[in-house]
Design a protein around this ligand. Structure first.
Ligand code: JCF
Length: 688
């Protein structure tokens, strides 16, 4: 809803403050890795700024944070000549080739000691772009193209929050050209592809393709919705009074200007330290949330760089050390079908084992039936496998030219491969499910694994293999069955001695004391992860209240929409789920009521507004305390507003409240009222 527009001076102040806060938030998030604003707070400020700018178009500046979102679509991209060519790098594929590079450099510089300083960083697997700033303002951004001429994609690059529209600080060069990599994280890539699979739109083979496709959109509004990031790695030109002597010094200045540089950027001396850096980076590779394909190694001293110069198009002072590729080809031997915890039946590719980026891969996911159709894959095909980071290996492409004559079509089962129930395919969903729930041994196993997992009841020593055995022997049929296991019985199992059996019994005993959020999470309700379980627990306070909740009650919970609400509701409608809950409680599973929110929520259904400044707390804290009491906190006053807390400096909202006869509290009255509500005395938060 639209707030009242302030007067001119106030308006300028508010616009300037919002811009400064938004720029600062981006800097904290992307450069310092230390976010201060929540996404919600960021969006609220951005919306307010958009609102003010749309009422006063003369206030819009090209460097305003609002200008990241929506220039009109382009007809095509203009050509941009790079003032300084964008270089390619020579490659080194192993340690010997790195050592040879160091040797070449030292020889050319006529140095005898192996103590040259190198600036090293991971080589991000994205797209190189170049950004030009004049008087500190971004004026142009372009792709690498052929190194001399690229495509002008300024409007697209402006949408990346990690690209400053305006440089920070007060020693801003008249002109600077910054080079860096635009890339997409695995998490963002997975979300993007999952959505594309659901919608039947374009699925990208890897994050690099997704980044390229997103940057080359003619409509910047599409780019704005893609999770792209920029990391700076080079100053190509600078017009400035301060002359730096080292590449690393320029990288430090880039950070001051508000760019993200790579957190693993490091200065090392001599070849031993350099090789150590490359080895360590190789070990970290799998645990990063983005693809790197190696390390970039640069002579740090700029005088020495000049002395070394270039051969053809690559500098003599740098090299790219390349890790083994993340994609390999192999043969699809067969497809098997796995049944997950929620009954989803997933096709799994059985492959001729192949080493991909240093690990032996013999299985890959094929996601679902639609994905198999999209890939057009058949059993016997040669396929391209991709393994990146901790993500499950994927089949990304089929080499159709090499299809053997005896290739077979992949048949999706009509019956659950584990329990034989007829499978279900829900309209509009790509997933095929076994509907048998806990009657299906596969789902029983998975449900129990989930129940025992670290973030659920955290039953130490109850691993996958053991659970498989317990279910196969039918010793355990539901999670509650775990608590009826005896130490003697357990000790009979192969490879489980008396000691392990005793330990397991002790772990089970310990896990009986849990918390409500963990318990709710452990039930394994569809789409109820840890965060949602926590929200449900805090909202309802007790399991009984949650089990009694109607759909509307559930939808009132933070971050719970109609889909999740329906899953929760349906779960507790099922007789056997209710029985499982009862059995667990009978087996002694319990939680401290005080750990969950038994706090009073007297303000449920009320909307409050905070305006002006408070002395004893920030507005954010005030908002949080009101929300904890069940209130909604809004930015605008209407006749449905329950009350307004007004501190000094309150303006239009206070006037509006008085006009509508809405109760207004000053800070002292607010504190008294808060104390009452929080202690549970005040009963209802009605105006008194
Ligand atoms: O991360 C990269 N892909 C990357 C590419 C990093 C660098 O420091 C680079 C680069 C390409 C050229 N430096 C140069 C000179």
């Amino acid at each position: 809803m639209s707030q009242k527009t302030p007067k001119t001076a106030e308006l300028h102040d508010e616009v300037a403050r919002l811009r400064a806060e938004l720029d600062e938030a981006n800097y904290r998030y992307y450069v310092l890795d230390d976010p201060t604003l929540t996404d919600e707070d960021y969006d609220r400020r951005l919306r307010r700024l958009q609102e003010l700018e749309s009422q006063h178009p003369d206030l819009v500046t090209p460097d305003s944070p609002t200008q990241r979102v929506g220039a009109a679509p382009a007809e095509g991209f203009p050509e941009v000549q790079h003032a300084v060519p964008m270089l390619s790098l020579d490659n080194a594929f192993n340690e010997e080739e790195i050592a040879a590079f160091v040797k070449r450099v030292n020889e050319r510089l006529e140095r005898n000691d192996d103590d040259l300083a190198f600036c090293c960083e991971p080589k991000l697997d994205g797209l190189a772009v170049s950004l030009v700033y004049e008087q500190g303002v971004l004026i142009s951004g372009a792709t690498r193209g052929d190194g001399r001429t690229g495509e002008g994609i300024t409007s697209n690059l402006r949408t990346l929050r990690s690209i400053p529209l305006k440089l920070r600080g007060d020693s801003i060069p008249q002109l600077i050209e910054v080079r860096g990599e635009v890339y997409m994280r695995h998490s963002g890539f997975e979300t993007l592809n999952a959505r594309a699979r659901e919608e039947g739109s374009k699925v990208f083979a890897n994050p690099r393709n997704a980044a390229a496709g997103s940057l080359r959109q003619l409509d910047p509004r599409i780019t704005a919705q893609r999770p792209l990031e920029f990391c700076a790695y080079q100053v190509a030109r600078i017009d400035d009074d301060e002359v730096a002597m080292a590449h690393s010094a320029y990288m430090a200045r880039l950070r001051e200007f508000g760019f993200r540089t790579h957190p693993e950027l490091a200065l090392v001396e001599g070849s031993a330290a350099l090789l150590e850096y490359c080895r360590r980076l190789g070990e970290k590779r799998d645990h990063l949330d983005y693809d790197i394909d190696g390390a970039v190694i640069k002579v740090d001293d700029l005088r020495l760089q000049r002395e070394l110069g270039f051969v053809a198009r690559a500098p003599r002072w740098a090299i790219a050390y390349k890790f083994p590729a993340q994609e390999q080809t192999t043969r699809l031997k067969d497809v098997e079908f796995q049944v997950g915890r929620t009954g989803a039946i997933t096709p799994v590719a059985r492959l001729e084992p192949v080493t991909v980026a240093g690990a032996l891969v013999s299985n890959a996911t094929l996601h679902n039936q639609d994905e198999i159709a999209r890939l057009g894959v058949m059993i016997g095909d040669r396929v391209v496998i991709r393994r990146a980071g901790d993500v499950i290996p994927q089949v990304v492409r089929v080499m159709e030219d090499e299809r053997p004559d005896d290739a077979r079509v992949i048949e999706f089962p009509m019956h659950c491969p584990v329990c034989g129930s007829e499978v279900e395919r829900v309209e509009g969903e790509a997933v095929v499910r076994c509907p048998a729930g806990l009657f299906c041994a596969a789902q029983r196993k998975e449900a129990i694994k989930h129940f025992a997992s670290r973030r659920a009841l955290d039953i130490d020593g109850l691993g996958t293999k053991l659970i498989d055995q317990l279910v196969e022997r039918e010793w355990v049929k539901t999670p509650a069955g775990l608590f009826h296991l005896g130490a003697e019985e357990l000790a009979e199992l192969p490879r489980l001695g008396k000691k392990s059996a005793d330990n397991l019994i002790a772990a089970l005993e310990k896990s009986r004391h849990t918390t409500l959020p963990r318990f709710i999470y452990a039930l394994g309700i569809r789409e109820v992860g840890e965060a949602t379980a926590g929200n449900l627990a805090r909202h309802f306070g007790t399991l009984e209240a949650l089990m009694r909740a109607e759909l509307v009650d559930l939808e009132a919970v933070e971050d719970v929409g109609p889909v999740v609400a329906a899953h929760v509701y349906n779960f507790f409608q099922e007789q056997h789920n209710r029985e499982t809950v009862d059995q667990l409680i009978d087996a002694g599973v319990q939680w401290e009521e005080t750990e969950v929110s038994v706090r009073p929520q007297p303000l449920i259904g009320q909307t409050w507004v905070l305006t002006g400044t408070l002395e004893s707390m920030t507005r954010d804290e005030g908002r949080a305390r009101l929300q904890a009491l069940g209130a909604k906190v809004s930015g605008s006053v209407s006749k449905r507003t329950a009350g307004v807390v007004a501190g000094p400096g309150a303006g239009s909202k206070l006037a509006k409240a008085e006009e509508l006869n809405v109760e207004v509290l000053d800070e002292e009255a607010f504190l008294t009222r808060l104390a009452g509500w929080e202690s549970g005395d005040g009963e209802k938060g009605e105006a008194s």
